[in-house]
Design a protein around this ligand. Structure first.
Ligand code: PAP
Length: 345
């Protein structure tokens, strides 16, 4: 977590006994993860682990177990969810700007999104809050946050804690993206993170592609992840909003209005007249966010620069990287996996 990260305050002082207990809890999770089915080599060259049907790096799997056991949802919670590289950073920013617009006007020079990366403002549960590589074996105290609380996750729907999904009143906004652009974005991301360590070689696209098609990507299989939330959005439309990056790029106004309505704070006609929608879209645009100092040179976590979350922000860039055969293979898998679901990607 960054030095001045806003969520440092969730980690309150604790007694020696509490400290030891939390260390024991995390040790137990590490032992559980070590016994899970594994592949010798994952996307980063290190083993990855399969938990409840999805693939994880070990430390994020530990974070996931901790979320499942310790996160207590409140009915007013709003969760931003997505598979990695599908527009999470963008959606986090939009949701944060919508939720806080009463206190932080979208065109204010002091807006938090101008000085913090959205991952610091909308903490990802299993990666930032409950992952012991970030939190030093500490269970965060999230009760201190005023409601509505806004969190992020890449966890699959079926692995969310009961209190967040299923019968809960909490709301989930999910974003997915066409699989071709997702793979290319994922490949660039893996290599950007690796390039911060000069001893690591860059990974070839063929290698990431082959693993991805087998379902082995972070929180993958990608298609199962998408289907989990898609089905939940059909079963519980009041609680799960399903969005597509590609459609949001084409019609940002329409989608921002849907997001605000779903969050329970639709734009008033006065706000619309005064341009709040366009101001939020501009504030959260790729051009604006990617050019901020905090996102060009800021550090999000040890070894991870905020700049890794921004590359091109375009639809269709995958055509510059994938061969026609690769595209055909992806179309084939997507068709097979989504058959009968009513979902088109
Ligand atoms: P994460 O899962 O690691 O948080 P995520 O934000 O989901 O990553 O995805 C990053 C992608 O969203 C990048 O796509 P690209 O590699 O194809 O360029 C990134 O450029 C894009 N992105 C980030 N911020 C925005 C934004 N504000 N508007 C549109 N696209 C964005």
């Amino acid at each position: 977590m960054t030095q001045n990260s806003p969520y440092k305050r969730f980690f309150v002082p604790r007694s020696r006994e509490e400290e030891e207990e939390e260390e024991r809890i995390y040790k137990r999770y590490e032992e559980i993860v070590a016994k899970l089915p594994t592949t010798e080599e994952g996307w980063s060259g290190n083993p990855v682990y399969q938990y409840q049907g999805f693939w994880y790096s070990p430390e994020i799997c530990v974070g996931t177990l901790a979320v499942q056991d310790h996160f207590k949802a409140q009915p007013s919670d709003i969760l931003i969810a997505s598979p990695p590289k599908c527009g999470f950073t963008w959606l986090q920013s939009l949701a944060f700007a919508v939720m806080n617009r009463e206190f932080h006007h979208p065109s204010a020079h002091s807006h938090p999104l101008l000085t913090f990366n959205s991952h610091d403002l909308v903490p990802t549960m299993e990666i930032r809050l409950y992952n012991n590589h970030f939190n030093g074996n500490r269970i965060p105290n999230l009760e201190i946050l005023p409601s509505p609380r806004l969190f992020g996750t890449h966890m699959p729907y079926t692995s969310l804690p009961q209190s967040l999904a299923h019968n809960s009143e909490s709301r989930v906004i999910y974003i997915c993206r066409n699989v071709k652009d997702t793979i290319v974005s994922w490949w660039h991301f893996v290599n950007k993170v690796r390039s911060s360590n000069p001893s690591l070689e860059l990974i070839k696209l063929d290698y990431i592609f082959e693993l991805f098609c087998k379902g082995i990507s972070a929180f993958g299989p990608f298609w199962d992840h998408v289907l989990g939330y898609w089905n939940a959005s059909l079963e519980r439309p009041q609680n799960v909003l399903f969005l597509k990056y590609d459609e949001m790029v084409t019609e940002p106004v329409l989608h921002l209005k849907r997001i605000a309505e779903f969050m329970g704070s639709p734009f008033s006609s006065k706000e619309e007249r005064e341009g709040a929608i366009d101001q939020i879209i501009k504030l959260c645009s790729f051009e604006n966010l990617s050019n901020l100092d905090v996102n060009k040179t800021g550090i999000n976590s040890p070894g991870i620069m905020n700049s890794v979350f921004f590359r091109k922000g375009k639809v269709g860039d995958s055509t510059n990287y994938l061969t026609p055969e690769m595209m055909e293979q992806l179309d084939h898998i997507t068709q097979q996996k989504l058959h009968g679901s009513g979902l088109k990607l």
